[in-house]
Write a protein that binds this ligand. Structure first.
Ligand SMILES: NC(=O)C1=CN([C@@H]2O[C@H](COP(=O)(O)OP(=O)(O)OC[C@H]3O[C@@H](n4cnc5c(N)ncnc54)[C@H](OP(=O)(O)O)[C@@H]3O)[C@@H](O)[C@H]2O)C=CC1
Ligand SMILES: CC(C)(CO)C(=O)C(=O)O
Length: 317
């Protein structure tokens, strides 16, 4: 019998499996403790259905960190201590949620694959299009899910600032069913919704990100600022609607435009993830957002001068 510090508690147990039994709640491991990862951990804590921890595949030894989350509505800050574990810990997870940038997904999948319990559900919550293909490389296809969120957040180290709560859609990558643990997860998120048509939601979110992210990055502004320029919203949406139609989404450009405006208003004080990437000189998801739309448009022979121009501007920034 040894003493292990686990999710802030000192417990006596033979191993982590025993500890999980002692805990009673399913353990959700979040890979990517950035803005959305930390916000998701806090949202799960508020509902109380999961214990959460972070996984960092770049560390060799577990560590404890002090996390804080400033809530947008109450203005209060919640603080807690949380474990950050290396990749081998995924075998103890009841649910894995990947919240890294699209370009980090391939490496994460490679890192966790050898340690993964085939029964553990994995949810990929990233913006853009392309990274979803990587998830297919994990073998247990009937446990794979995609998520699309219009929550907004920023973070500094382990402090996260909630900047707006929207809807989070979760659905199967292919053949997965809505299991109990997935139901718990969906129930834990404000406006969480399970849908079998998750690809439609990803395409709608792609439209939102194709407007808000590049424009806020180029203008170095918060999301609400774009509402002062309805022309740019209209131009981008008009151009990408036929591309999205070819990809299987039949929404009108008016309804996509309304969606952009709603998300920009709901997350008005947020700096988009792409604005933050350019501001801090980090790699951005531009190729998974505008890049993929331009590539698909070329294949279908659709001209896209407006987004070509935004893409070039961002590449030169
Ligand atoms: N921020 C927002 O408001 C929203 C973001 N999104 C989307 O959510 C996804 C995540 O975005 P966001 O949270 O902003 O991104 P962040 O960059 O804030 O977070 C990503 C985190 O992943 C970490 N990471 C990188 N490699 C590894 C690894 N090997 N193991 C564990 N962690 C790793 C990064 O660490 P480090 O910093 O040390 O490299 C970082 O903390 C993106 O696709 C984004 O577009 C969706 C809706 C809103
Ligand atoms: C919802 C939104 C626009 C929030 O800022 C986002 O998805 C992002 O920043 O990447």
């Amino acid at each position: 019998m040894k003493t292990i510090r686990y999710h802030g508690n000192i417990r006596k147990a033979n191993n982590r499996a025993d500890l999980k039994k002692l805990h009673g709640k399913p353990v959700a491991c979040i890979i990517g403790a950035g803005s959305i990862g930390q916000l998701t951990a806090e949202l799960l804590r508020r509902k109380g259905l999961f214990k959460t921890c972070f996984i960092d595949t770049r560390i060799k030894k577990e560590k404890r960190v002090t996390c804080s989350c400033e809530s947008i509505n109450s203005g209060t800050t919640y603080r807690c201590s949380k474990g950050v574990y290396p990749e081998s810990f995924v075998k103890a997870a009841d649910l894995i949620i990947i919240t890294v940038k699209a370009f980090s997904v391939a490496k994460i999948i490679r890192d966790i694959a050898p340690h993964l319990n085939r029964k553990t559900p994995v949810i990929l919550m990233v913006n853009g299009f392309g990274a979803q293909e990587e998830l297919k490389k994990l073998t247990h296809e009937n446990r794979l899910y995609l998520a699309s969120t219009s929550n907004g957040a920023t973070h500094k180290k382990y402090s996260v600032f909630e900047k707006g709560l929207g809807t989070t859609y979760v659905g199967p990558l292919k053949h997965a069913k809505e299991t109990e643990v997935i139901r718990y997860f969906v129930k834990s998120l404000p406006s969480g919704t399970y849908t079998d048509a998750i690809y439609d939601e990803l395409l709608r979110k792609l439209a939102v990100n194709a407007v808000i992210n590049p424009v806020t990055a180029i203008r170095n502004c918060v999301n609400a600022e774009i509402l002062r320029d309805p022309e740019i919203i209209k131009n981008i949406i008009t151009e990408i609607t036929p591309v999205l139609r070819k990809l299987g989404l039949n929404d009108s450009s008016e309804s996509l435009q309304r969606r952009v405006e709603t998300v920009a208003a709901n997350t008005g004080t947020n700096y988009s993830s792409m604005q933050q990437d350019y501001y801090y000189g980090r790699l951005s998801e531009i190729d998974y957002i505008l890049g993929i739309l331009i590539k698909k448009a070329k294949i279908y022979g659709i001209k896209t001068p407006c987004i070509d121009n935004l893409y070039q501007k961002l590449k030169n920034m």
